[in-house]
Design a protein around this ligand. Structure first.
Ligand SMILES: Nc1nc2c(ncn2[C@@H]2O[C@H](COP(=O)(O)OP(=O)(O)OP(=O)(O)O)[C@@H](O)[C@H]2O)c(=O)[nH]1
Ligand SMILES: [Mg+2]
Length: 81
């Protein structure tokens, strides 16, 4: 039986709902959420599975509003927003 798997990294500014979205997709509280900015301090991984597929979601720590400099998930995210 074939199966599919992949990674999704949630990178963006503080307090925009990254952790809430990860918890919703995973279906469990894997990451702390709050109305306080920069609650997530390090990358948290959650796994969502279904028939024949698996998705690893990475809840990235908040990116600053001016994420520039060396290539990183944050600098890529800021270029696309
Ligand atoms: N109104 C509204 N509030 C939301 C939504 N998603 C998340 N929130 C609220 O926004 C606040 C921040 O949510 P988090 O999921 O902790 O945000 P975050 O992007 O992980 O924040 P950091 O970890 O600080 O980067 C919480 O109070 C959530 O309840 C949404 O779709 N609508
Ligand atoms: Mg968070």
């Amino acid at each position: 039986m074939s199966s599919r798997s992949g990674f999704v990294v949630l990178a963006g500014r503080a307090n925009v709902g990254k952790s809430t979205l990860v918890n919703h997709v995973v279906g469990a509280k894997v990451s702390i959420t709050s109305d306080k900015p920069q609650t997530t301090r390090r990358a948290i991984r959650g796994v969502a599975t279904g028939p024949g597929w698996q998705l690893v979601l990475v809840d990235h720590r908040a990116c600053s509003a001016r994420a520039t400099g060396s290539p990183s998930v944050c600098s890529i995210a800021s270029r696309r927003s």
